[in-house]
Design a protein around this ligand. Structure first.
Ligand code: MV4
Length: 455
């Protein structure tokens, strides 16, 4: 039985894991960098160990130091959260070899889904629709251009070791293809130490719709509905919602079944996410599987009423899922999440770290704030700019939208700039309100909105 968990993360997700553990009577050990000594998860955890300097490379990415802390504090399990080492197969293996439970999938599944071309090939064999493209990585420009011509332009070149939009290049003809192919390979080699790339038909203005998966170690795999994550800027999600305003119940059923087949093909256990692209005609294509809990997991929690972090720990404990697919109700609730980043939308989203003055989080019916921020907290400049998530929910999308606009109007964070005014403007935007946002939305919205609106 898991009695103490090391939280190998920081910020709001570390606080989220502390909360789930506390409700389960599980002790928590926070590991933190020198910059995070005042962070809320460090204050609220049962124990805390400083593992290194400010940079992630000297702390949250130091598997050796994390495992040493785990052994010193004699923990039973490690929860990696998202980012950092959460999708590092070697770290998962190291945990298991030290007899420390990794709260997540088996390292084999992480490795399989971490190679985006193998992932695609694996799910395709399970009958999951994938984007037409090359049969695996393409080794030479001459081979690649033949495939591009066969697929038909525009095409997208993707890094095998990439994901989340990293190392992607789009080509519209033979001339741009030659250049983009070599740029993509070079960037992939530099970023991931693996220059292999594969090619796909570029789906114009798709929606980015992902399905939440929960799978126990006794062969049960369920989906918990979808999240529409189309509102993104430079591959950084800004707003996520469930259900997607674009899916009808027939498409939801088909995609949910496909998501389960993909997870089973990956021999998946624990919480994971199957990412699809959906085109304007409702054709859906698998693009990636994320083998971790995601930032936007609260959207699914508020729609289904299921605590995903507790489920992760229970699955890691070897417990069976206590519900079946038919027990998960859809259509009774709508949830929308706004990511609150310490960035200035009036200045091209430049980072805005610093000390928070007055901090007042909104509340009331249908409002949840997952944040580690507080009055007087100094946001360090070393990490991701997200300082919290505002999740608003209600019986319909209309109510969820009204609550989001109202809650954003109450949310006070003085002393730094944030994306709060941007979210308010989006919640009042007719294109977003009508549920017409695709992955092209943010570029269009920013192009037609005066940025002084955001100050
Ligand atoms: C695509 C695509 C269109 N066609 N693949 C983005 C990150 C990763 N999850 C996969 N992504 C995409 N893959 C094909 N074949 C569009 C996206 C995409 C996207 C691309 C460019 C700019 C913003 C985007 C936002 C979401 C998805």
């Amino acid at each position: 039985m898991i009695q103490k968990v090391l939280i190998a993360n920081r910020g709001e997700i570390a606080l989220r894991i502390v909360r789930a553990c506390r409700e389960m009577g599980i002790k928590t050990l926070a590991v933190y960098s020198e910059a995070d000594v005042q962070s809320l998860h460090v204050q609220l955890a049962d124990e805390a160990i400083c593992i290194g300097g400010n940079k992630s490379a000297d702390s949250y990415l130091r598997a050796d130091r994390i495992i040493s802390a785990a052994e010193i504090a004699d923990v039973d399990a490690i929860h990696p959260g998202y980012g950092f080492l959460s999708e590092n197969a070697k770290f998962a293996e190291q945990c298991e070899s030290c007899n420390i439970k990794f709260i997540g999938p088996k390292s084999k599944s992480i490795k399989m889904m971490g190679d985006k071309s193998v992932a695609k090939d694996t799910v395709k064999k399970a009958g999951v629709p994938t984007v037409p493209g090359s049969d695996g990585p393409v080794e030479s420009e001459s081979e690649a251009v033949k495939i591009a011509r066969k697929i038909g332009y525009p095409v997208i070149i993707k890094a095998v070791a990439g994901g989340g939009g990293r190392g992607m290049r789009i080509a519209h003809n033979d001339v741009s293809f030659a250049k983009e192919y070599h740029v993509a390979r070079g960037e992939a080699e530099k970023a991931f130490g693996n220059g292999a790339v594969y090619i796909e038909k570029y789906i114009e203005k798709p929606r980015h719709i992902e399905f939440q998966i929960l799978a126990d170690s006794h062969g049960k795999t369920l989906h918990l509905g979808e999240r529409d994550c189309s509102v993104q800027r430079r591959h950084q999600k800004l707003i996520e919602e469930s259900p997607s305003p674009f899916l009808n119940s027939d498409l939801r059923k088909k995609m949910g079944k496909a998501a389960i087949r993909a997870a089973e093909a990956a021999e998946y256990e624990n919480a994971g996410t199957i990412e699809f692209l959906v085109d304007a005609k409702g054709n859906y294509y698998f693009i990636e599987m994320n083998t971790r809990i995601q930032v936007e997991h609260p959207v699914t929690e508020e729609v289904t009423g299921i605590d995903l972090v507790k489920q992760q720990i229970m699955i890691a404990n070897g417990e069976k899922l206590a519900f079946d697919q038919g027990d998960i109700k859809f259509g009774e609730r709508h949830a929308i999440e706004c990511r609150i980043n310490a960035e200035d939308p009036a200045r091209n989203f430049s980072p805005s770290p610093g000390t928070i003055g007055l901090y007042y989080a909104p509340g009331g019916l249908g409002v949840r704030v997952d944040s580690h921020a507080y009055s007087g907290y100094t946001i360090p400049p070393y990490y991701d700019s997200m300082i919290g998530k505002l999740i608003c929910f209600g019986p319909t999308r209309k109510v969820a939208l009204e609550r989001a606009y109202r809650a954003l109007s109450e949310y006070l964070i003085r002393g730094i700039k944030t994306t709060i005014p941007l979210h308010k403007a989006i919640m009042a935007d007719p294109v977003f309100i009508e549920g017409k946002a695709t992955t092209a939305y943010m570029e269009d919205f920013l192009g037609r909105t005066a940025t002084d609106l955001f100050s």
